[in-house]
Design a protein around this ligand. Structure first.
Ligand code: SAH
Length: 231
């Protein structure tokens, strides 16, 4: 089974974009995952191809029309893939959610524009709102690219070195330890001696302590969750 992403957007030319390069791009060419785009405007019934209209109740901006968005969604094969709406009001994207999505058959991803999408289509088509962070993007497309990038690297066979996926920040509940590589000395700074000691146990211990220190200093929220998890 190949992970299949269907992205509904007014800007299909934004895809695959960055997902066409590097690991994700190679995996796409190797058919380890699939990507299709659907131009929402193709589902606007009137001759002006209108996809948005003014907000009920007044205010600035425009709202994506429920009938057009629903027709675009309904044009896809009805399968078990989750239907996601990129939305700043959504469930925050975390590595847990990424893992959950990556283990499924794929995802249908609706990219909002303007002020967003008519609430009724969110309800009627059971869309799961997902946010990539507490800031406002101009559209859902860049969020969808972030989401898919995070998912695709978890698909088996996509990442070269499998192990490097498992010690990554968030996979352990901690931010990652610092990394070093040659030269041994650079601008008067040395690689911590333990890392070149050849003592693997001491290296693991050092890395864990550093991961804890960095998490405690930078992300008290994650640190608290980590401590509760290991209780
Ligand atoms: N009026 C909305 C913002 C609309 S931004 C509000 O204040 O909440 C236009 C579109 O960009 C949204 O419909 C959504 O699809 C996308 N978008 C913006 N910020 C996002 C975020 N943080 N996460 C996911 N999608 C986002």
């Amino acid at each position: 089974m190949t992970f299949k992403a269907s992205v509904l957007t007014l800007y299909p030319e934004m895809f695959p974009g960055p997902l066409g390069s590097a690991l994700a791009g190679r995996a796409l060419r190797d058919d380890k995952w699939q990507l299709e785009t659907v131009q929402i405007r193709d589902f606007a019934p009137d001759k002006h191809r209108m996809v948005d209209d003014t907000p009920a109740g007044g205010s600035a901006g425009m709202v994506m029309k429920p009938d057009v968005v629903a027709r675009a969604l309904d044009s896809l094969e009805q399968d078990n893939r989750p239907r996601i709406l990129m939305s700043p009001r959504g469930r925050p994207l975390t590595q847990d959610l990424v893992r959950e999505l990556a283990s499924g058959e794929g995802a249908v991803i609706l990219c909002g524009r303007f002020e967003g999408v008519d609430e009724r289509v969110i309800e009627a088509r059971n869309l799961m709102e997902v946010s990539v962070g507490d800031y406002i993007l101009s559209g859902g497309e860049t969020g969808a690219i972030v989401l898919l990038d995070a998912i695709v690297r978890l698909i088996p066979g996509v990442m070269g070195n499998h192990e490097s996926g498992e010690t990554e920040s968030f996979e352990t509940g901690l931010l990652e330890h610092p990394h070093y590589t040659r030269p041994q000395e650079w601008e008067g700074r040395s690689i911590p001696a333990v890392l070149t000691s050849g003592n693997h146990k001491a290296v693991d211990q050092w890395r864990l302590e550093e991961a804890k220190r960095i998490t405690r200093e930078r992300r008290p929220d994650l640190w608290e969750a980590y401590q509760n998890r290991s209780k």
